[in-house]
Write a protein that binds this ligand. Sequence first.
Ligand SMILES: Nc1ncnc2c1ncn2[C@@H]1O[C@H](COP(=O)(O)OP(=O)(O)OP(=O)(O)O)[C@@H](O)[C@H]1O
Length: 327
Amino acid sequence: MSIISVDQLSKQFAYYNKEVGLKSSIRNLFKRETLYKDAVKQVSFVVEEGEMVGFLGPNGAGKTTTLKMLSGILYPTAGKVSVMGYTPWERKKEFKRQFAIVMGQKNQLWWDLPANESFHLNKTIYEVEDGVFRKTVEELSELLDVTKLMNVQVRRLSLGERMKLELIAALLHKPKVIFLDEPTIGLDIISQKKIRDFFKYYNQQHKLTVILTSHYMNDIQDLCKRTIIINDGKVAYDGDLARVNDLLNQKKIVKIKLSDVVEEGVLLRYGDMKQYELTEAVLEIDRDEVKAILKQMLDDLPIIDFTIEDLPIEDGIAILYRKGEQP
Ligand SMILES: Nc1ncnc2c1ncn2[C@@H]1O[C@H](COP(=O)(O)OP(=O)(O)OP(=O)(O)O)[C@@H](O)[C@H]1O
């Protein structure tokens, strides 16, 4: 049975055009121009219990807005949502007790206190029994390797350490559904992987239902079989990740730094130019040819540094559209 169902969900934001300068500010006091932004447009999908679904999409696609409506933080303009049988924006106590949201960009822990104090606060809010509380904190802090950090003031912790403690705070009341909005943003690769491994294990143990948004393909790839791609407020794709992955991974981005200026025309021999600044360039190269071409470049050019990266998700989606292919 589906635990989340979203039907024709839409959100339009109204906002005011703010011009700069004193004159404009005074004028705006009397007459303000209202602008509208359709952030989410008739989005529909269902999620089964225990499923981990990836929400992928470029900046401003509408991922966070969708998750905020699914959490009851925002009211929709139109559409229906059911999460565990509840309408999130009615904010029933029983609903709040069974779900959690973690936002990589926002702190839920008290900045000036040790995490342990925030955990106790959550324990009281969610009415978690003493025994369950102790056991959960012990289990999760061991799994995430943060036992020694519980009594350190949160502001003194690294970003990765803080995120692990944020996750414990969010899971203390054993939610059935969790929304993770960019939980690994800004973290180094090792911390990102630790958090992914933790969720893989936790999901298996507790049958937690997860919706995960991320810019990092690796996060989604590692955790979710299914992905929903959101583009310009609409669902552009909903299905098996492997197929999208294949399409998105056809190209790689190679960034090079040169010790001397090399003309753009020369660099164009090696791939499609994305950016060029005399001694720095960004090229798009077919995945299968990257190794050979890079070797050639290292032989031919005064390269002092290079990186190979995945195609940004925006470009991947553009390829999907260019191909006119619904993956
Ligand atoms: N309160 C608001 N008022 C007006 N526009 C808004 C508001 N909140 C979000 N938007 C706009 O709605 C669109 C969707 O934003 P949203 O934060 O949902 O995107 P996102 O997919 O989560 O992007 P990102 O990956 O950059 O976080 C964006 O164009 C954003 O500027």
